[in-house]
Write a protein that binds this ligand. Structure first.
Ligand SMILES: Nc1ncnc2c1ncn2[C@@H]1O[C@H](COP(=O)(O)OP(=O)(O)OP(=O)(O)O)[C@@H](O)[C@H]1O
Ligand SMILES: [Mg+2]
Length: 227
C-alpha cells in the first residue's frame, strides 16, 4: 500500500543544507501496525510527514495505492490525505472553540459530507472511542486522555485506510496511554493500518513491526512479537 524508494530529505537553512533522511526504502502493507522508533532528531516526524503527504522528500519515489504521490499537485494531495489518512498528534491539535463533536466533524466538512450525515458519523466515532457522554464538551473541559480520544475519533470519522500517529501517548499518563493503545489495537483488528512514532518500549509492544531510525537511516526493521 505504501512504497518508499530511495527517499532522501534535506532541509535548506540559508546556504546550509541539513540532510535528515537518507536512502529510506520500505513497504508498509495494508493491515500492518508499525512503530517507528529512534532517538530525538533521527527523522521520525520528517518521515511521518512525508508518508502523510504533508511534506515532500528532496528525492525518491513514493507510491501510495498506485498513486505516484510526488507527481501529484497540492489539490490531489489534499484529496489523498482526506480519503486515505487519519492524523493523530502528540498534542491533539483540537480547535479550542469547537466542541468534541464539532472537532470530529471538521474533516468531514472538508470531505464534502452533508450536515446530518456528518453529525451521525462524528457521534459514531466518538462512541467508538468511549466518549458518547462527552460530545458537547470543549477541549479544555476534557482530560488529556479524553482529548486524545477525540483526536482519534476525528482521525477515523472519514474511515481512512491508515492512521499516522506521532507520539500519540507522549503527553499522556500511563493509564490514558493504555486506553489509546487499546483503541488503536481494536482499529487495527478491524483492518486499519497504523503507523505510529513512539519513544516508549511499552507502547511499541502493541505494534507488530518495529522500524528504528538513527541519523535518518533505517537501522532495524523487525516483524513479529517483539518482547
Ligand atoms: N523545517 C525544518 N528545517 C530545518 N531542519 C529541520 C526542519 N524540521 C526538522 N529539521 C531537522 O531534521 C532533523 C529530524 O527532525 P525530526 O523532527 O524528524 O526528528 P524526530 O525523530 O521526530 O525527533 P523527536 O523525537 O525529537 O520528535 C532534526 O535534526 C531537525 O533539527
Ligand atoms: Mg518528532
Amino acid at each position: 500500500m505504501i512504497s518508499l524508494r530511495h527517499i532522501h530529505k534535506t532541509y535548506k537553512q540559508g546556504t546550509l543544507e541539513v540532510p535528515v533522511l537518507h536512502e529510506i526504502n520500505t513497504n508498509i502493507e495494508s493491515g500492518e501496525f508499525v512503530s517507528i522508533m529512534g532517538p530525538s532528531g533521527s527523522g521520525k516526524s520528517t518521515l511521518m510527514n512525508i508518508i502523510g503527504c504533508l511534506d515532500r522528500p528532496t528525492s525518491g519515489e513514493y507510491i501510495l495505492d498506485a498513486v505516484n504521490v510526488l507527481e501529484a499537485d497540492e489539490a490531489h494531495l489534499a484529496l489523498i490525505r482526506n480519503k486515505y489518512i487519519g492524523f493523530v498528534f502528540q498534542h491533539f491539535h483540537l480547535l479550542p472553540r469547537l466542541s468534541a463533536v464539532e472537532n470530529v466533524e471538521l474533516p468531514l466538512v472538508y470531505g464534502g459530507i452533508k450536515k446530518s450525515e456528518r453529525r451521525a458519523r462524528a457521534l459514531e466515532a466518538l462512541t467508538k472511542v468511549g466518549l458518547a457522554d462527552r460530545v458537547d464538551h470543549l477541549p479544555n473541559q476534557l482530560s488529556g486522555g479524553q482529548k486524545q480520544r477525540v483526536a482519534i475519533a476525528r482521525s477515523i470519522a472519514n474511515d481512512p485506510t491508515f492512521i499516522l500517529a506521532d507520539e500519540p501517548t507522549g503527553a499522556l499518563d500511563t493509564k490514558s496511554g493504555e486506553q489509546v493503545m487499546n483503541i488503536f489495537t481494536q482499529l487495527n483488528k478491524e483492518g486499519t493500518t497504523i503507523v505510529m512514532v513512539t519513544h516508549e518500549e511499552e507502547v511499541a509492544a502493541y505494534s507488530k513491526r518495529r522500524i528504528v531510525l538513527r541519523d535518518g537511516r533505517i537501522i532495524e526493521d523487525r516483524r513479529g512479537v517483539l518482547i
